[in-house]
Design a protein around this ligand. Structure first.
Ligand code: GLN
Length: 188
């Protein structure tokens, strides 16, 4: 299995390390030609969604990535990656890739002080480590979207078909649960 990790900005190396621990080959996607490489899935890391989107736009990568996802390429978006996937962002003027039928709120916990760590349930698995950094949460999901985690009454992980989004950063912990779940999702 070979997974492309969007490497324009943010915590992409951490995703690569997690996936490599699970025996998966990864490569970095930095520009349009990189998207032509064979891949079984795509990871959109945490970072700053607006910055990532600007670079994607400048590199003419927006439509090609949307097309790959529409064509069924499995994708995992964490934190800023969740915002890239969301069809609606309540407190932002426009969606970024907008492929996933969720409404998200950017910087939903406040800016810097809103960073915290907790243990919660992910897809029925208890005691998974969650790290939130200036995180969004999901305000609403449309039909066809499965809620995978709720923390303090807010949806923080969801799945729609082959799209997986988490408001937290599974790549900034030693807990491989979410990445394992993603790999199973790819195989099915
Ligand atoms: N606040 C960031 C954004 O709006 C997301 C933060 C993160 O990815 N840690 O994109």
């Amino acid at each position: 299995m070979r997974i492309g990790v969007l490497a324009l900005q943010g915590a992409f190396i951490e995703h690569q390390k997690m996936l490599e621990k699970l025996g998966v080959e990864t490569f970095e996607i930095r520009n349009l030609p990189d998207l032509n490489q064979a891949m079984d899935a795509l990871v959109l890391p945490g970072g700053e969604s607006t910055v990532m989107y600007k670079i994607m736009k400048d590199q003419l990568m927006v439509e090609p990535i949307k097309n790959l996802i529409a064509g069924g390429l499995p994708v995992m978006g964490t934190c800023a990656g969740l915002l890239l996937l969301a069809k609606n962002i309540h407190n932002w003027e426009y969606p970024f890739l907008g492929t996933m039928a969720i409404t998200a709120k950017k910087n939903a916990y406040g800016k810097q002080l809103g960073s915290f760590r907790t243990k919660a349930t992910f897809a029925g698995i208890n005691d998974v480590e969650f790290v939130f950094i200036r995180a969004p949460y999901i305000e609403m999901v449309d039909e066809g979207v499965e809620v995978l985690s709720v923390v303090d009454g807010k949806i923080v992980a969801a799945r729609q078909g082959k799209q997986l989004a988490t408001a937290f950063h599974p790549e900034l912990t030693d807990d491989l649960t979410v990445h394992k779940y993603f790999l199973n999702m790819i195989k099915k």
